[in-house]
Design a protein around this ligand. Sequence first.
Ligand SMILES: Cc1ncc(C[n+]2csc(CCOP(=O)(O)OP(=O)(O)O)c2C)c(N)n1
Length: 344
Amino acid sequence: MLQTVLDASPRTDAAAAQDVHVAAYRFMLLARLLDDKFAALYRAGKIHGGVFLGRGQEALSVSVGISLKKGDVFAPLIRDAAGRLAFGETVLDAVRTYLGSSLGPMRGRDGNVHRGKPQEGYLPMVSHLGAMISVVNGVLFARRYKKISGTVGAACVGEGATSTGAFHEALNQAGVEKLPLILIVANNQYAYSTPTHFQFACDSLADKAAGYGVEVQTVDGTDLGACLKVVGEAVARARRGGGPQLVVAELLRLCGHGEHDPNDYIDPKLWESPLGRDCLKVAEEYLLRQKWMAPSRVAILRNEIIREIEEAVAQVQREPAPDPFVEQWHSIATGHLNEGNEER
Ligand SMILES: Cc1ncc(C[n+]2csc(CCOP(=O)(O)OP(=O)(O)O)c2C)c(N)n1
């Protein structure tokens, strides 16, 4: 969260921008190395169910998580490890969910990307295909009715989701009600194996905003600086009462849909195009050029992160799985509302 980063270092605008960039890069690197670890555990047969990664989408994702504040709402999707971490998720909670530990936020009942802490505005995903936008709208409505002001909600989707009814209904509702929604579309060129020319017939996905009276910006999703600026400004406009904001980012998914998918359908020309740039490498080269970090510091950071991830995995592998005979099978977020249940 941006506020947390800036509160730690109240400095000039330029220095603050540097702090945010460096903090964002750290979350991106953490997300990438954590994703790599999940991929390795999946291949070793240590993870049940799928593993879904965000390689190539970290710059966009982190910009969302870091631009939000405590009290805001965030509905990340399967490619948002960086945004989740920047919003405050711990490595331990991510590992616990993937490895099914009963000490995790979902108590080992829900796996992989289906994790969150609704009480903290961090929503566990229902589906990747647009379903979460209305859920964010719902939380924003609830806040309006409770007269809570100053908070916003961000939902992330892919370009495939923009063809679903859920996307259009939710965007229309946000436009009519002027909800402080920031809707992030990561056009990573493929919805599973479906390329964009089979997905939409408009020139740009940004064209969809006009039909709903929603403000829209486009951004190069491979460029961390551009993503921080465009997403940060969209969040600020929504917070000032400017109504819903759509952000469409162009990038390429640098991995399969999940680790089970060899992604051999991706047009080889795309890898060589500007869309195929690795945003992590771009962000790192920028940091080094600006001399915001020395190469030796980047190497140390990488080793520190690897150690943190390895320690979390070693710890979680010793933790218990849920016990079906003692587990209470009520909803995790609202279990305390059940009659006779003191648990929170
Ligand atoms: C209603 C529904 N239909 C199909 C799926 C299976 N599915 C999950 S993700 C996905 C593709 C999503 O593509 P996109 O929205 O572009 O996001 P990306 O995976 O590229 O990030 C599909 C078909 C689903 N989860 N829910």
